[in-house]
Write a protein that binds this ligand. Structure first.
Ligand code: ATP
Length: 290
């Protein structure tokens, strides 16, 4: 992936000041096993439109990364966005989360136009994301990383040592849920790559998003952790969260997704349930380059 913006302060590659999210909004009030923040308490109706783009276009010099991409991901479902290397998946995530501005086209979330909103505003609207190159504060403990993600000024407030009991409990709850509670006091830089990915996800979940965009959650992760990530996505979806997952591991995609969108050269070429996508000739052609 080449489209990730960067900038201080924060972890190695963060551009927002908060490592794990596109700018976590106000702390959610729900606990780790509660329904999503901002919701009504009951899971959203499955299958209706949620995150949608219309004619989304982005070029980098002579390279058209997104070519009038019109896509709709389904609310309440596990959606996957797949496609060959360089087909525009991460640029799509960057555009819809406000991290880069599209040249033209629109993004809407649950009916509201979010095209020109800042990453923080988009996070406040209910969209959280992880990154292909995992973003955590390497010299902060796992617990402090999760706490930082819950605050709009996460990094700085953490530095001031501002901790609230209720947040501490929620942060520990997410670490437990992701199976890394035993690493609460370990600095992120001393955790394995897979553990850092789980930590990043814990931070995203701490900010209470209704919709979670995961950029290559399986990348570089060992098979045991892969199973955990897959099971967790399904559990969190059953509790009401919508997912959009960019992933190259087809076994994972096909086993956890309800709906798959396939990109080639910056635009969708096919969509449908995994069983249909598996045997779609356009998809096979895109991957084989024919
Ligand atoms: N910041 C950038 N500057 C120049 N070109 C870029 C930039 N970001 C992305 N591109 C180009 O845009 C195209 C789409 O890249 P993108 O990273 O979105 O694809 P991808 O589908 O996520 O790929 P991968 O699966 O390899 O991560 C590629 O040709 C890439 O080289």
């Amino acid at each position: 992936m080449t489209g990730q913006p960067s900038g201080p302060p924060g972890p190695a590659t963060s551009g927002t000041g908060s490592p794990a999210t596109t700018g976590a909004g106000s702390p959610a009030t729900t606990g780790p096993t509660s329904p999503v923040a901002g919701g009504t308490g009951s899971p959203p109706t499955s299958g209706t439109g949620s995150l949608a783009t219309s004619g989304l276009t982005k070029a980098f010099g002579g390279v058209t990364a997104l070519d009038a991409a019109t896509v709709e991901f389904r609310h309440g479902q596990v959606n996957a966005l797949i496609g060959p290397n360089g087909s525009g998946k991460t640029t799509f995530f960057n555009c819809v989360t406000g991290m880069i501005r599209p040249d033209s086209g629109r993004t809407s979330y649950r009916g509201a136009d979010i095209t020109r909103r800042s990453p923080h505003a988009i996070a406040r609207a209910g969209i959280g994301r992880t990154f292909q190159l995992c973003r955590v504060f390497p010299r902060m403990s796992a617990l402090d990383n999760v706490l930082a993600a819950a605050r709009p000024d996460g990094f700085w407030s953490q530095l001031r040592g501002a901790r609230r009991r209720v947040e501490l409990d929620r942060a520990r709850g997410w670490l437990t849920r992701l199976g890394i509670e035993h690493l609460a006091d370990v600095e992120a830089r001393n955790m394995s790559w897979g553990q850092q990915k789980l930590l990043e996800l814990a931070g995203v979940l701490m900010s209470g998003p209704e919709t979670v965009l995961l950029d290559e959650p399986a990348g570089g992760v060992n098979p045991a952790l892969l199973d955990r990530i897959g099971a967790l996505v399904r559990e969190l979806n059953a509790e009401g969260r919508t997912f959009v997952i960019v992933e190259h591991n087809m076994d994972l995609v096909m086993s956890i997704s309800d709906h798959v969108v396939v990109f080639d050269r910056g635009r969708p070429i096919a969509e449908g349930p995994p069983a249909v996508i598996r045997s779609d000739e356009r998809v096979l052609g895109a991957y084989l380059g024919v």
